[in-house]
Design a protein around this ligand. Structure first.
Ligand code: F6P
Length: 532
């Protein structure tokens, strides 16, 4: 090791949360190892971690090159993710406009990191890292039991429900992940929650805290520890035991998720504060495009994030498949099968409207699986003349009925998608009825429309989705344990992998009209209402 190179490990420890606290550090230089420790001046997790780093950096001569290892994501992110620069610009105010806490220590750290070249490195933590375990031990030894301290319940930070296990687990000092489900629900969410909680506990002894109702629970600190029992028996259940929301945006938060307020409040700082209150080392966000975008914004604020993609729409470009999609396609296929028999009996043109806002994946696959004669998707604006030609061609062949599967986001060439208005909110829907009416007019055949709507989001996940959700959940826990934050798990071919979150939130995966799937559908005589 060169003359001025130091490797430092630091840690803070307390006997409860909060309770008497200490700090410890191991400093390695050349062949020598120095161990230092002390009692923390105040017992908050952040102060202990900061004090450990300050005291350790004080031992190195100015101009040193230091690799400083800490298990405090907050501390490491502060330097690596630009928080410090922002605080300096904003006069030591955080994103909520409040004065940054523990400024005295942050300022000392800043000075010490400027007189040296410091590389800040997040380490796994006590359960698996021997040097950090040693720091923890040093810090614990430095703690003098404080007989006059009041009970844990009285000292629990406001907003945190006291639970027996909380104190117990903090004594063990395991790592802790936060978990939320955001956006529209889909089959498989409970399977992934189960996989995260069980995988975290069984593989790495990591605790899980579930935030209720998506980002709303994060802002309002509506959360609870999730243990094995809480996630037992939910693998095959639809919905999400955590609840979800597709309106609550912490950066533009409207009380009650109101659709009618024009502007909300930026409550992101509250969300970050709540993560700190719960002592969360990283947040697992299970969501679609909207929720992952919010997760990405939190990662830019320094919150360590792991994304898990879900959506029945299957429209996220960074993953070959999302769980929920197979279940939705299965539900839609079963519905088309049922529509088939009644269409045939009555010699009608039956239109089945399925979900899929910007991408026609559900329509394409359920249409192919259910033998839809005409499939209409947003990627291929349709023309009625081609639909009518297909229906007539079938009639001539003796097929007096036809099935049209239409994605809610599909629209006629030269027109716009059809929206329903509810208050200020615009939602897609209505194209099925419109197509059905137009077909009656143009063919003189009876036509009916069925909108499958939220049926596609409900019910038990298919075996495929249960397995995919379980694989995604355990992969997320592996990423967490290895400090691989700001990544999203994904499926590539048949392998579960991960991708950078900032890449994962870009764009929409749409059906390629030249793809093998579309060409296959065309080959068996399916029409897309388009001159393909
Ligand atoms: O993104 C999933 C999805 O089911 C879309 O297919 C659909 O347009 C949308 O959510 C409906 O959302 P909600 O009715 O919950 O607002």
């Amino acid at each position: 090791m060169a003359d001025k190179e130091y490797i430092i490990y630091t840690d803070g420890a307390c006997s409860g949360n909060p309770g008497p606290g200490g700090w410890g550090a191991v400093i390695m230089h050349g062949g020598s190892v120095q161990e230092i420790s002390g009692k923390a001046d105040e017992t908050t997790n952040q102060r202990m971690e900061l004090q450990a780093a300050v005291e350790a950096l004080r031992t190195v001569p100015p101009g040193s090159r230091v690799k400083l290892h800490s298990d405090s994501a907050y501390l490491v992110n502060c330097f690596n993710q630009g928080w410090m620069k922002r605080w300096l610009r904003n006069g030591w105010r955080n994103s909520k406009g409040n004065q940054v806490e523990n400024q005295d220590l942050w300022k000392q750290l800043l000075e010490l990191s400027e007189t040296n070249t410091v590389e800040w490195i997040k380490v796994k933590g006590h359960s698996s890292d021997q040097l950090n375990q040693r720091c923890d031990q040093l810090a614990s030894e430095a703690i003098q039991p404080d007989k006059n301290s009041s009970s844990r319940e009285e000292n629990t930070p406001p907003g945190i429900e006291y639970r027996e296990s909380l104190g117990k687990n903090r004594g063990r000092k395991t790592k802790r992940l936060g978990l939320l489900t955001g956006g529209g629900d889909c089959p498989g969410l409970n399977a992934v929650i189960r996989a995260v909680v069980k995988g975290a506990e069984n593989k790495y002894n990591i605790e899980s805290v579930g935030f209720n109702n998506g980002f709303k629970g994060l802002v309002e600190n509506d959360a609870a520890l999730l243990e094995d029992l809480a996630v037992s028996g939910i693998l095959n259940r639809g919905g999400t035991i955590l609840g979800t929301s597709n309106r609550d945006n912490p950066f533009d938060f409207k009380p009650g998720g109101s659709d009618y307020l024009e502007t909300g409040e930026d409550r992101s700082a509250d969300a970050v504060e709540n993560l700190n209150k719960w002592d969360i080392d990283g947040l697992v966000v299970i969501g679609g495009d909207g929720s992952l975008l919010l997760a990405h914004r939190f990662s830019e604020l320094g919150v360590p994030i792991i994304g898990i993609p879900k959506t029945i729409d299957n429209d996220l470009p960074a993953t070959d498949l999302t769980f929920g999609f197979d279940s939705a396609v299965t539900t839609a296929t079963e519905a088309i099968d049922k529509i088939h028999t009644t269409a045939e009996s009555h010699h009608r043109v039956m239109v089945v409207e399925v979900m899929g806002r910007h991408a026609g994946w559900i329509a394409l696959q359920a249409g192919m699986a259910g033998g839809g004669d005409i499939i209409l998707i947003p990627e291929l604006p349709f023309e009625y003349s081609y639909i009518v030609a297909k229906i007539m061609e079938r009639r001539q062949r003796g097929k007096k009925f036809s099935i049209i599967v239409v994605a809610e986001g599909a629209f006629p060439a030269g027109e716009e998608p059809i929206y329903q208005q509810k208050g200020d909110v615009k939602r897609l829907g209505g194209i099925g009825l419109l197509v059905s009416r137009e077909i009656e007019k143009r063919t003189n055949m009876e036509s009916r429309a069925t909108v499958l709507g939220h049926l596609q989001r409900g019910g038990s996940p298919t075996a495929f989705d249960r397995v995919l959700a379980t694989r995604f959940g355990v992969k997320a826990v592996d990423l967490f344990q290895n400090g691989r934050f700001n990544e999203m798990v994904c499926l590539r071919g048949n392998q579960v992998e991960s991708v950078a979150l900032d890449q994962a939130v870009k764009g929409t995966k749409r059906v390629d009209p030249d793809s093998e799937q579309v060409l296959t559908a065309l080959a068996v005589g399916t029409s897309f209402g388009h001159p393909l």
